[in-house]
Each structure stands twice: as structure tokens, then as C-alpha cells.
Design a protein around this ligand. Structure first.
Ligand code: EPZ
Length: 426
């Protein structure tokens, strides 16, 4: 069993460097399919979601060279002949983000046959908005039991009004629109920093996109894009995870390269719990001296609101804060998986539909815990770091989807933890 062992109770002290952003690099990798030539992506995190995406791209005849955090992608083979793009179903199912490739592949080859990307424990993760938007852009999509065949004789610009904010749908429609005939407008577009990074990459490659980061994005179709070298911004969710570690354990840490300007809602939530948060010249300093205060009510929302991806980490910190509070999850329908695990550690949490009520306790007690998904798994490592005694978090592979080396990062900050393989009950 792949696991992480943690010996809890240390106050945090130290500095760690924040890795490149998983949720920025995945759509940017998809965007390289639109460019005939070689693109260089720097500060790319070494995580399994990127590994799967690169494998998927290799199965689509891309040539990939990786050295450390820099990737060079050659897409020449994708051009010049009409090749149906069947993505290997094992990678598509393992890798929800394979759906990001759809818009770009349609723009490049005009035909994509793929399985529905799997849902996951946090929600069904449907792709209806993606398919509806692409249909408006001249794509004929024949759905079947396990997947669909999408074909187009040429993408055309369209007006989209998204009924609710969707990061992935916004990204896919941008990718489909950059080489389409005519203009595309996306109303109620997602405003996440990852959308800005994608549009920044595409504009550097010659696209004409305005309004990234606002809820109205205009994309004027162009004939072609050119090669580009791009540096992936730091991961605001990884930075927020380690900020939450300081909320859980107390202490004083520095997060080098943390994208402070993208963390306002997170910093406000941390301050409401008694943390002092200071923007440094090249990162973020967090000081948690006294016992944490309980935020009366935390609620996830689309950007610039409090990010759903930090809900589990902050919920963990709330279990040891003074008083009572609630956390409301408004983005995914099933994202409180760690409640049962935290209750095993003594946390007082009551779950009612999409809201949990927490009564803070003095300390969590170490236990053997099961990670079931990426951000919940990372939150359980934080819980173990703050708990009395030792803990084991099983299924480390979920965490490795998005964190390059959570153990090393937390050890930099004073946590005693290590990866381990073990056969079950110790
Ligand atoms: C992206 O997922 C992120 N993943 C998620 O991060 C993040 O939690 C999410 O955005 C919200 O910020 C990547 O960027 C790779 P959505 P995405 O489309 O694009 C529903 C992590 O831990 N919906 O904004 O899949 C959907 O079910 C991951 O790094 C539809 O109903 O999220 C959800 O309830 C987890 N139909 C809501 O919208 C659709 O066609 C928001 O989803 C699309 C989405």
C-alpha cells in the first residue's frame, strides 16, 4: 500500500518553494496541439496528472522531451494528414482532464473519438456544457453508451452564454475558438487565474483573446499560431494547502513564489482564523501564534471566491479552532469525503447536504486514514501533521496527482513525515 507516515504535533517553521500550477499546465499542454512545431513549457510540475496528459499526447503522435521541470513538445506529426484521434481509453478514464484535449484536437484534426472521462468521488463531473458549446461551433457529436464521436468540417465562432461557471468548459471553448472562423464570445466565463494563464500562453502564440479573467471573453479566430516558450505560474492551491498546514499546526512559514495576488479570498479566510499573512518580495509569510479562531461561515465559490480545492484543507484546520463554524460547498455535490476520516481522529463534525458544522476540539488524535481523492488526501496529511501521535495516510497516489512532493515540502516546514509502502494494519 502506498502511504505517508506522519509524526504529528510540531509547530511549523521554515520555507518551501511552491511548484508550478497543475490546473494551469494541463490546459496549456492541450493548447500546444494547436501549434505546428515545438513549444517549451517551463516550471511544469512533476505530478502524475501531467504524466498521464503527456502519455495521452504521445499516443496522439506528439514527440515529448522532458528534463526536470521543462518540457518540449513537438506536434508536427499531427499536421498535414487527416488522422482520427482515438485517445487510449485507459488514459482517458484515469485522466479526467483528457476532456481538455477535445477542443484543441477538433481544431487540429476535425475528428475525435473518445470515451467519457470518468467522474470521481467528488462528483459526476458531466461534460454537457463542453459538448453543447462545441455543437454551436459546427461540431457534430454522436453520443453512445461509453463515449462519443465528434466531427467538424471546420470550427466556426459562436456566442456562448454559460448557465453557470465552468472552468473546463471555458477552457475547452477557448481552445476550440482560437483557430475558428470568425469571433467567439463566452459570457459567464470562469475567471480563475488558470484561464488567464491559458489565454496568456495562446496570445503569446499569436491568438487574439480579450477579457481573460473577466466573465466575458472575446476570441477572434486567427489562421495559425506559432511556437512559444512559456513559464507556468505557481500553484495557488498548493500554496493554500501549505498555508492551511500552518493554520493546523501553528508556527511561522514562508511560501516562496506563492502567487499572492491570486490568494486574496484564501488569505482573508486565514486571517479570519487568526493568522497573520504578509506578502513578501517573492512569496507569502504566514504567522499563526495563538490558538486558531473559528470562522463563523466559510463558503466555496468560483474565483475570486474561496476555492473549492481548499475546502478540505481549511475544514481540517477548523476542526481544531475555538468555537463553532460551518463550511458550505457550492461547486461539487460530494466533496466532504474526509469528514469520516477526521471523525476517526476525534473531530466533531456534522454533515448535512452540502454544509458541515464543526465544533472545534483541542487536538486531533493520530490514526490510520484513507485518502480517496487528491485534495482530501492532502488535507488528511495536514490533519496528521497537527495530531497527537502518528498517522498513516493510505493511497498516496491520489495526492501525487497534484503535489510534486508533499512530504518534502512539509518537511521543509518542520513536519516529521515520510512516504512508505506497507501491507495494511501496523
Ligand atoms: C476544474 O475542474 C479544476 N480542475 C478542479 O480542480 C476545480 O475544483 C474546478 O475547476 C472548480 O474550480 C482542473 O482545472 C484540471 P468545473 P472542472 O467545470 O473544470 C459542473 C483539483 O483538485 N459541470 O468548473 O472539471 C461540475 O460537475 C481539481 O485540482 C457541469 O455540470 O470544474 C461542477 O459541479 C478538482 N457540466 C461545476 O460544474 C459541465 O459540462 C464546476 O465544474 C461542466 C461542469
Amino acid at each position: 500500500m502506498d502511504a505517508i507516515q506522519i509524526y504529528g504535533g510540531n509547530r511549523l517553521e521554515g520555507q518551501t518553494k511552491v511548484q508550478g500550477s497543475k490546473n494551469a499546465v494541463l490546459p496549456i499542454l492541450a493548447a500546444t496541439l494547436l501549434i505546428n512545431g515545438t513549444c517549451e513549457i517551463k516550471n511544469c510540475p512533476v505530478i502524475s496528472d501531467v504524466h498521464h496528459m503527456l502519455r495521452l499526447m504521445e499516443s496522439l503522435c506528439c514527440k515529448i522531451e522532458r528534463s526536470g521541470h521543462t518540457i518540449r513538445i513537438y506536434t508536427g506529426q499531427l499536421f498535414g494528414h487527416d488522422m482520427p484521434c482515438n485517445m487510449p481509453s485507459d488514459s482517458v478514464c484515469v485522466m479526467r482532464s483528457s476532456i481538455m484535449l477535445l477542443g484543441a484536437l477538433l481544431a487540429r484534426t476535425g475528428r475525435v473519438d473518445m470515451q467519457y472521462p470518468g467522474g470521481c468521488v467528488i462528483g459526476k463531473r458531466p461534460i454537457d456544457l463542453h459538448l453543447k458549446g462545441l455543437r454551436k461551433m459546427g461540431v457534430v457529436i454522436e453520443e453512445r453508451e461509453d463515449g462519443f464521436l465528434a466531427e467538424t468540417k471546420g470550427l466556426i465562432g459562436a456566442e456562448h452564454k454559460l448557465p453557470f461557471v465552468s472552468v473546463g468548459a471555458t477552457e475547452n471553448l477557448v481552445l476550440a475558438a482560437v483557430l475558428a472562423k470568425g469571433d467567439t464570445v463566452i459570457e459567464n466565463a470562469a475567471r480563475e487565474p488558470e484561464i488567464c494563464a491559458l489565454c496568456d500562453f495562446l496570445n503569446q502564440a499569436g491568438a487574439r483573446i480579450e477579457g481573460a479573467g473577466t466573465s466575458r471573453i472575446l476570441i477572434r479566430g486567427v489562421e495559425k499560431l506559432h511556437e512559444v516558450s512559456y513559464e507556468v505560474p505557481a500553484d495557488r492551491i498548493v500554496a493554500g494547502t501549505y498555508l492551511a498546514a500552518c493554520l493546523c499546526c501553528g508556527g511561522e512559514i514562508y511560501l516562496k513564489d506563492a502567487p499572492c495576488s491570486q490568494m486574496t479570498a484564501v488569505n482573508v479566510a486565514a486571517a479570519s482564523m487568526g493568522a497573520e499573512v504578509y506578502e513578501g518580495s517573492d512569496g507569502l509569510q504566514i504567522v499563526c501564534k495563538d490558538k486558531r479562531k473559528m470562522p463563523e461561515r466559510l463558503r466555496t465559490d468560483s474565483y475570486p471566491g474561496f476555492p473549492t480545492d481548499l475546502q478540505s484543507a481549511f475544514l481540517t484546520a477548523m476542526t481544531m479552532a475555538e468555537g463553532r463554524g460551518t463550511m458550505e460547498e457550492t461547486i461539487f455535490e460530494n466533496r466532504f469525503h474526509i469528514v469520516g476520516q477526521l471523525q476517526k481522529m476525534g473531530a466533531k463534525i456534522i454533515c448535512k447536504e452540502n454544509t458541515v458544522s464543526v465544533e472545534g476540539i483541542e487536538r486531533l488524535k493520530g490514526n490510520i486514514l484513507q485518502a480517496e481523492e487528491l485534495r482530501g488526501g492532502a488535507a488528511l496529511v495536514l490533519a496528521g501533521s497537527a495530531a497527537d501521535g502518528s498517522s498513516i495516510v493510505e493511497n498516496r497516489h491520489f495526492i501525487e496527482r497534484g503535489y510534486e512532493n508533499i512530504c518534502q515540502d512539509l518537511r521543509d516546514l518542520g513536519v516529521r513525515c515520510e512516504t512508505m509502502e506497507y501491507s495494511g494494519r501496523v
